[in-house]
Structure formats: C-alpha cells, structure tokens
Design a protein around this ligand. Structure first.
Ligand code: NI
Length: 153
C-alpha cells in the first residue's frame, strides 16, 4: 500500500452545519502575506475559508502520519539553507544517530543557498517518523516530506 500526504479538498464541508467559533490569531506579517498570496491564487473568497482548509489539511496530515505503522520503506526529502549556522553538522549528527534505519542519502545543490537532500530509510514506521521529526525541528530546514510504502514480501 502506498501512503502519501493527503491533499486538501475544497468540498470537505462536514463541519458546515456546525456552529462557527470565532478565534483571534497573532501571526507574523510575512507569514500572513504569503498565506494571503496563496489564497488569492487559489480563488478563496475569504481568509477564514482558507484558514479552515489549512487546519483540515494539518489535521489530516497528522491523522495520516499516526496511521503509518509497522515495517516500512521510506523516503524523506528536505530542503534547507546550508548557510544556517550549525545546520549541516546537526543534519549529519541526526543521520548518524539513526544508522539502523537510514539506508542512503543524496545531496543536490539546488541554488546558491538551498540544498535538497533525499534520504532513503527502512525500518519501523515509528523510527522513520522520529528521524523526520528530528530533522524537521532543526532551524534552517525549510520543507520536509516523509513518504512511506510497505515492503513487498
Ligand atoms: Ni548543497
């Protein structure tokens, strides 16, 4: 079975008949600007609608992640800014701490600052997710995605 991150669907309106709660959220200006840019490109009628979809997508991702279990093959792809102080050493340290599940890695210099790294793994899903979470927590890591599949017996 192939597992990948589920994408948000705009027609998921299960909550639509429920009472709407109003919340206040503080966000950095540049984060909101980028979010609004995406909403505008995707044709959202309101920021609230976009935030609801983003929250649904976030919940789905974590529900998906918690369903991944047992023996899995995995690929982690991540991009990072290699000029971030200490990041390259920290990335190497984490990978050396998980030799039991990491099979190989490939490094691609994407532009002057950005590196793309692809790591292949095999082991218990919990350990694969631990590697992904440890890497994701590092300052300077921009995007990270873990995809897993069941090995063919
Ligand atoms: Ni590089």
């Amino acid at each position: 079975m192939f597992n990948t991150v589920l994408h948000t669907t705009r027609d998921d309106r299960m909550e639509s008949e429920q009472e709407l709660m109003r919340i206040g959220v503080s966000l950095p200006d540049n984060l909101l600007t980028r979010f609004d840019g995406i909403l505008s490109k995707r044709g959202y009628s309101s920021r609230s609608e976009g935030i609801r979809d983003a929250i649904r997508s976030y919940i789905r991702y974590y529900e998906w992640a918690s369903e991944v279990e047992g023996d899995r093959l995995g690929v982690i792809s991540l991009t990072y800014n290699h000029e971030q102080h200490g990041l390259i050493d920290a990335l190497a340290d984490i990978q050396h701490q998980h030799l039991d599940v990491i099979q190989s890695s490939m490094h691609f210099h994407a532009d002057a600052k950005t590196c793309l790294e692809v790591i292949t793994l095999h082991g218990d899903a919990a350990n694969l997710k631990k590697v992904a979470e440890d890497l994701m927590a590092l300052k300077g890591v921009q995007h990270l995605k873990l995809t897993t599949i069941s090995p063919i017996k």
